[in-house]
Design a protein around this ligand. Structure first.
Ligand SMILES: Cc1cc2nc3c(=O)[nH]c(=O)nc-3n(C[C@H](O)[C@H](O)[C@H](O)COP(=O)(O)OP(=O)(O)OC[C@H]3O[C@@H](n4cnc5c(N)ncnc54)[C@H](O)[C@@H]3O)c2cc1C
Length: 63
């Protein structure tokens, strides 16, 4: 049987804890921003993904 490819985030306890470790480490790196499905590790439809990128852009622009 072929291995299935995962298209969606799997938000279980283990993966959410791992994600939180990345976020905690990223706080020590300047100019590193997470967004999008992989970056935020969330299920997004495309409108939410685009909206999220516009909001982050504005946040960084007026920082
Ligand atoms: C099967 C399927 C059907 C969907 N149908 C709909 C729908 O009908 N309507 C809707 O609104 N949304 C739909 N979506 C969701 C939509 O595709 C996402 O919301 C949108 O693509 C998210 O954009 P993103 O930029 O966050 O991530 P992505 O579009 O996944 O972009 C991430 C990019 O990063 C690249 N990447 C990953 N790792 C690395 C790396 N290490 N180095 C460099 N590049 C990397 C990937 O190759 C990819 O190009 C669907 C998704 C899937 C999988």
């Amino acid at each position: 049987m072929e291995k299935n490819e995962i298209y969606y985030t799997v938000n279980n306890k283990k993966s959410n804890e791992l994600y939180q470790k990345y976020i905690n480490k990223s706080k020590y790196i300047d100019n590193l921003n997470f967004l999008g499905r992989l970056g935020d590790y969330k299920y997004y439809n495309i409108d939410s993904a685009v909206n999220r990128s516009i909001l982050l852009f504005k946040e960084l622009l007026y920082k």
